[in-house]
Design a protein around this ligand. Sequence first.
Ligand code: FMN
Length: 512
Amino acid sequence: MSSFQNHILPLLYDPRETLYIKPGGELGSQGDQNLIGIIPPVAPGNFGSKSFRKEFGLRYAYMGGAMVGGISSRAMCVALADMGGMGVFGASGLSPAAIEDEIVKIQQDLMPDQSFGSCLIHTPHDPSWEERVVEVYLRRGVTLIEASAFMQITPSLVRYRLSGLSMSPDGTIIAPNRVIAKVSRLELAKRFFSPPPPKIVQEALNRGWITEKEASLAPQVPMAQDLTAEADSGGHTDFRPALTLWPSAVRLADECAAKYDYGQPLRVGAAGGLGTPVALLAAQDMGLSYFVTGSINQCCVESGLSPEARSLLAKASQTDMSQAPAADMFELGSKVQVLKYGTLFAPRANKLAELYRQHQTIEDIPAEEAKNLEEKVFRKPLAQIWDETQEFFRQKDPATLEKANANPKLKMALVFRWYLGQASRWAINGLTDRRTDWCVFCGPSLGAFNEWAAGSHYEDPANRRVADLAGLLLHGAAVIKRLALARDLGLLPDDHCINLSPLPPEELLNFF
Ligand SMILES: Cc1cc2nc3c(=O)[nH]c(=O)nc-3n(C[C@H](O)[C@H](O)[C@H](O)COP(=O)(O)O)c2cc1C
């Protein structure tokens, strides 16, 4: 062992220390003449963009992304805010009344200088949901939304963004409502980095949703100043590789900022695959402005997912994920990434998608196949599922029910969507009788975390707390940065495996 490895290597693990290195890998001090290198402190609080941290009053550019049905819960938003980051409440899939209840409680739980966001998911089949949720956000003064799955800019989204828009005496535009768009495709990113489309602004104006003044200022603001470029992730995903998506999105932000000259930066955050410190450091080194995790948080004690499903998640490796059809965009063929380990949801849901492609009506499905569905998948006669589906749509969306009665293919889609929707609820509620049907959105980042945390305090999901995991990723990224610097200086062999073990919470506390 060299002197460096004996004496200095351990010091690299405290990223707050400046290390002065002398020839032979000895520790020197500031002012020494013959230093061969300096390893500076690396502060996790400097990761990401300063303007992003300032905008949202954060100590760390770290965000817990929305997770449907309140899986990213009130407790998660509060815990992340307390550690100096922020969380996004998983409003999708909940009723506007339930969303409002939780929003009010989150606002009560947070200090005035802490931030949180809430999800607005695109619902092309039910625009009224989007409208009602935006009304809740405006009424309750929610000043940050995560706009998810949008394939186009909608009037409700424009209403949210433009409401309260004003110009200060020095000509600066003040936009109280911030949108963090989440996309995986650059053509969509471009729409969000552009001003709201004039046609949609006009529509919002015609509906009395915004004032003439707000509409007139619209060309001076981007739809979203912040955009999360989501690579291969849990839930809805295009399975895009982070290594290609992130740099392209950063370049696009730069081009759009130059083109529109908004007088404020456009920022890109990284999501998809962040489950270990080295992944976060890669995003930092690629110039991303903030870091969004999802899958790893779902397995934490603050998650709205049942403890039983969390136990299953904690055992998954990164190859234990699979594609399945998305319940909300089933007819469009959209995919979600789900847990494969310990559940048969993915093959069963994929079978439904295949039958939907092959047949025009439920009655066309071969008898043997239909029997199999009734016995193994639905566990009820398909006619009964249709009755339950009709009851649901009668309350929630009678127009769609009317269409389905005239269109047998749509009727089949609604019946199949019953299974896809229920399967998520069974997992959230931990319904053990339906364990083999649990639909748990999840990406390989969780598998990567599990593999890294194996044998540590965090192997047990009961020991996983969102703030600790955030701390592990941020602190670990800082340490790895220093190890990499030491390697670049030739102090470590260039094939030295740069790695570190997860610090237990009591040691992590020293750094935060
Ligand atoms: C269980 C689960 C549910 C999710 N639900 C939503 C959602 O409702 N809205 C949304 O914008 N993103 C949703 N996401 C995506 C996350 O917010 C986040 O962007 C993503 O998980 C980051 O990638 P990762 O899974 O590799 O951590 C969900 C992710 C998971 C794992």
